[in-house]
Design a binder for this molecule. Structure first.
Ligand SMILES: NC(=O)c1ccc[n+]([C@@H]2O[C@H](COP(=O)([O-])OP(=O)(O)OC[C@H]3O[C@@H](n4cnc5c(N)ncnc54)[C@H](O)[C@@H]3O)[C@@H](O)[C@H]2O)c1
Length: 340
């Protein structure tokens, strides 16, 4: 069993991953500054898993704190979720994104190197591929970012690649996530956007619960079968399980390895809305609006490298993600803030 430092563990994907790590018997230290999450998420992770997490409240850019944490705890590997993640916001505030995502990772990597901890699993994104030339996307597709958020992920990947080239003891697995949706089957943890959701799925669940009137679908004139954008939606619990496999893989393999985590299936916005309606019995009023600048028509993964190297594949359907995501939203209409 490993002792793992999980940065950003209180967030959407981090919380689901901590549940899986604890269930597998790993010991977890969570570092989070709660800039986009709340302590209640960690409390619920512990309730679901029936095990405790060691919580450190602080920022990955705090060098002294990281060095202290790594000195006090014999950490085997780090899973690095902590980042800002809104594409539109990154265009408006690029320096905040480079500071948090790139500088934060630099501080973390320096502290890890100083402590002799040379294993990291990094939260990258399909955004690094930009507008794809060919589908499905393999890890060999060119990295060509179109916004500061994506650029911050590509820059961190470059740092990891260079670090692994310089010191062959390092192991860095960069997981390029496609579109995580849904929630833990218990309905106790899930995605909890602070403001207007940037992603489709939490917007749909907020319409369903009556917090928002209708869904705007950005574009019905894309070159896709029904004219709406196509993405690779994967259940967040499948994504969490991928981290477990990546941690194991990093124990036995050195070097830099980017790996897609997706289902390999494209689902259009209208198909996702219909899947949600049939899984929940709730109609989602929607209307069409013009395309958003910078959006792309379609994007889905070739997940065969994850199958080959990690023995991982997505197991849950979009319908199941809809049912689980709805359970979370229904029981927690105000997210974690509504109390226990
Ligand atoms: N959700 C997605 O669709 C998606 C897709 C691809 C990649 N990712 C990446 O996965 C990771 C997790 O995403 P998420 O959806 O769980 O986001 P999230 O915002 O829910 O979680 C991020 C967590 O990191 C914390 N955090 C942010 N900056 C920090 C800092 N400087 N120090 C300490 N803690 C900090 C936040 O408080 C939050 O708890 C991010 O790196 C994100 O870029 C997410």
């Amino acid at each position: 069993m490993a002792r793992l430092l999980v940065t950003g563990g209180a967030g959407y994907i981090g919380a689901h991953t901590m549940v899986e790590l604890l269930a597998a018997g790993h010991n977890v230290i969570c570092l989070d500054n709660f800039s986009n999450s709340v302590p209640e998420a960690v409390a619920r992770v512990q309730q679901i898993a029936g095990r405790a997490v060691t919580l450190a409240i602080g920022d990955v850019r705090d060098d002294a704190l990281l060095r202290r944490l790594l000195a006090e705890h014999p950490i085997d590997a780090v899973i690095h979720f902590a980042a800002l993640k809104a594409v539109g916001e990154s265009v408006a505030r690029p320096l905040d994104y480079y500071d948090n995502n790139v500088y934060g990772t630099l501080v973390l990597l320096r502290a890890m190197a100083a402590a002799g901890v040379k294993r990291i699993v990094f939260s990258s994104s399909a955004t690094v591929y930009g507008a794809p030339e060919q589908l499905p996307l393999t890890e060999g597709a060119p990295v060509r970012t179109t916004n500061p958020y994506g650029a911050s992920k590509a820059m961190v990947e470059q740092m990891l690649r260079d670090l692994c080239a310089a010191d062959p003891e390092w192991s860095a697995v960069s997981l390029r996530y496609f579109n995580p949706i849904g929630a833990h089957a218990s309905g106790r943890i899930g995605e909890d956007p602070r403001d207007t959701p940037n992603n489709l799925f939490p917007y749909v669940t907020q319409v369903a619960v009556g917090k928002r009137e209708r869904l705007s679908i950005w574009g019905n004139d894309w070159p896709t079968p029904d004219g709406t954008g196509v993405r690779d939606y994967l259940h967040v619990v499948d994504l969490a399980a991928g981290h477990l496999r990546a941690v194991d893989y990093s124990a036995a393999h050195q070097g830099f390895m980017p790996i897609n985590l997706g289902t390999g299936r494209g689902t259009s916005v209208l198909e996702l809305v219909r899947a949600f309606e049939s899984a929940t019995g709730i109609a989602i009023p929607h209307s069409f609006a013009p395309r958003r600048p910078g959006d792309i028509a379609a994007c889905w993964a070739d997940p065969s490298l994850a199958a080959r190297l990690l023995g991982w594949r997505a197991e849950r359907s979009v319908e199941q993600a809809c049912a689980d995501g709805w359970r979370w939203q229904q029981h927690n209409p105000e997210g974690y803030r509504a109390g226990k």
